[in-house]
Design a protein around this ligand. Structure first.
Ligand code: DGL
Length: 269
């Protein structure tokens, strides 16, 4: 059946499992195929050209599974290479930037939004451009927070070091009097608690993954692609390297057991 085909989701590595988590909560009956490029992660500090090359290859991995849509869970890829994915795939493609930006614009009262993400995401200005297209009056303040990625993977969620680093990163945003902050990276929802605390719970946090799950559910409904089966869905996980910590970190990000993980070989380094 057309509607039973899986949703394809890819990311630079493990982080995209936070987006899969959001998808399974919003759409509990959809089959999902996930690919994480764990052999080549991180994408955040890499050049735009290399991220675009990797994005093309990641897309091809998913297309082998006859997916009915592709969700680019990685903010960095969504920011600089969504067009490449769209060009290769004949199915609907959704990145995390537009849904995240849209949710932020709806939330802000003071029209002052902060964006945190990888160096690649912040440098691209993709969130700023997307927000300004919806509402040109909104002021956007970006800050790259690269150390949040390893801290989230390490599970340092309630750790003093994480709090110190968060204070350092977020201080400039507090000076700008933002009232809304977009968590523009797959890993950051793991650190939601400490980020909210450092901002003294005075800023609304937008989880791009959750906003994307909502937008994807609407799109599938509109395009009559929603899975009508109520059987337990099939979640298939594949990676380019089954790293030592993949299962443990992955289960924390996904919020459930991963089961069998497949390795995809042959991607260039
Ligand atoms: N998945 C990336 C993102 O959301 C974070 C990890 C990386 O740098 O590859 O931008």
């Amino acid at each position: 059946m057309k509607t039973e085909r899986p949703i394809g989701v890819f990311d630079s590595g493990i982080g995209g499992l936070t987006v899969v988590h959001a998808l399974t909560r919003r759409m509990p009956h959809e089959n999902i195929v996930y690919f994480g490029d764990t052999a080549r992660v991180p994408y955040g500090p890499k050049s735009t050209q290399v991220v675009r090359e990797y994005a093309a290859q990641d897309t091809d991995v998913l297309l082998e599974h006859d997916v009915k849509m592709i969700i680019v869970a990685c903010n960095t890829v969504s920011a600089v290479a969504l067009d490449i994915v769209q060009k290769r795939a004949k199915v609907p493609v959704m990145g995390v930037i537009l849904p995240g930006a849209g949710a932020a614009v709806k939330t802000t009262r003071k029209k002052r939004i902060g964006i945190i993400g990888t160096v690649g995401t912040i440098k691209s200005n993709a969130y700023t451009n997307a927000i300004r297209q919806v509402d040109p009056e909104v002021q956007v303040f970006g800050k790259a927070c690269p150390l949040f990625v390893p801290l989230a993977e390490e599970g340092w969620i309630d750790h003093k070091a994480t709090e110190l680093i968060a204070k350092e990163y977020l201080f400039p945003l507090t000076l700008e009097k933002i009232d809304t902050l977009v968590l523009g990276c797959t890993h950051y929802p793991i650190l939601k608690g400490v980020i909210a605390r450092v901002l003294q719970n005075s800023v609304t946090l937008i989880d791009s993954g959750e906003a994307t799950a909502e937008a994807a559910a609407v799109l599938l409904e509109e395009q009559h692609l929603k899975n009508t089966s109520t059987l337990k869905p099939n979640l298939r996980f594949s990676v380019s390297d089954v790293s030592h910590t993949f299962a443990e970190v992955g289960e924390r990000f996904l919020g459930q057991r991963l089961g069998r993980v497949h390795r995809v070989s042959g991607l260039a380094h």
